[in-house]
Design a protein around this ligand. Structure first.
Ligand SMILES: Nc1ncnc2c1ncn2[C@@H]1O[C@H](COP(=O)(O)OP(=O)(O)OP(=O)(O)O)[C@@H](O)[C@H]1O
Length: 276
């Protein structure tokens, strides 16, 4: 039987901006009552142009930011999304990977310590086990033993994203939120990181919320797709449904604007993956 890892019901997020000398106070309705769910082992892609509310939603799901109203259930347990302070246990269940991992990697910390840190902070696991688990995860994401004692600046962008993914997985989260995780990478490196994410999902039955503005990437990785427009979900369904029969005029325009080359490159990647 399918199991829902994430359920979001009617999520609203308003930002109240206080006025200044030349402008009045106003409210930005960043997310206007959005509902969706994700089954275990599946990927929901949230897509839309800049400012549509994707990142706000990502921060709410990751429990970094509170929502104004709505309900969020993680592994069937209701989260008090109005509160900024949540239990460590709840926070461990959802991890996030950002577009630019360099910003969140301490330049003075060796990679082994970067990976061991979540265990150090959140668990009572002894140092030797932390080291073993960090090393295993390093290898799992396609890096090598020799990388364990290196510093973040010694890695390429793609390798740093692998490190960020490894760190996010150290606490065995129920849900991984990937906020534009390959947008800053070259096309060939994008494909490698997407394949890694697909392999990890298969192996560990991981559940992803994948935030992206790039339809070719979404087509490759998603099971379900939700298209956002000015804070609303204007389209929500299975990938094939949404791609083959877009309903909303915004989605149609969005799809029409996708360069043909992207669609071709994604088809090539899919064919390669199937053949492997
Ligand atoms: N902390 C904040 N204070 C005030 N307004 C905000 C804040 N964060 C986001 N907003 C506004 O909420 C709306 C949605 O922003 P959000 O960053 O979620 O969109 P997005 O689709 O992720 O865009 P991008 O891809 O550029 O990050 C925008 O109008 C933005 O200006």
């Amino acid at each position: 039987m399918s199991q829902l890892v994430l359920e979001a019901r009617n999520i609203v997020r308003d930002y109240h901006l206080s006025g200044g000398l030349f402008n009045k106070a106003r409210t930005v309705h960043a997310v206007k009552g959005v509902s969706f769910s994700v089954e275990k082992g599946k990927t929901l892609a949230i897509v839309g142009e800049s400012g549509c509310g994707k990142s706000t939603l990502a921060r709410i799901i990751t429990l970094i930011d509170p929502a104004t109203s709505g309900e969020l259930l993680i592994d069937g347990n209701k989260v008090d999304i109005g509160k900024e302070t949540l239990t460590t246990e709840m926070r461990r269940k959802v991890q996030i990977v950002f577009q630019n991992p360099y910003g969140s990697l301490n330049p003075r910390q060796k990679i082994g310590d970067v990976l061991g840190e979540p265990l150090l902070i959140n668990t009572g696991v002894p140092a030797s086990e932390r080291r073993d688990r960090a090393m295993k995860m390093l290898l799992k994401v396609g890096l090598e033993e020799k990388h364990f004692n290196r510093y973040p600046h010694m890695f390429s962008g793609g390798q740093r994203q692998r490190i960020a993914i490894a760190r996010a997985l150290m606490l065995n989260p129920s849900l991984l939120v990937l906020d534009e995780p390959v947008s800053a990478l070259d096309l060939s490196v994008q494909a490698q990181v997407l394949n890694l994410l697909a392999d990890l999902q298969d192996e560990f039955q991981l559940t992803y919320v994948f935030i992206s503005h790039d339809l070719s990437v979404v087509r490759y990785i998603a099971d379900d797709v939700m298209v956002m427009y000015y804070g609303e979900a204007v389209e929500y369904g299975s990938r094939d449904e949404v791609f083959s029969n877009p309903q909303h005029s915004y989605t149609k325009t969005l799809f029409a604007a996708t360069p043909r080359a992207d669609v071709e490159s994604i088809k090539a990647r899919l064919a390669k993956k199937k053949a492997a």
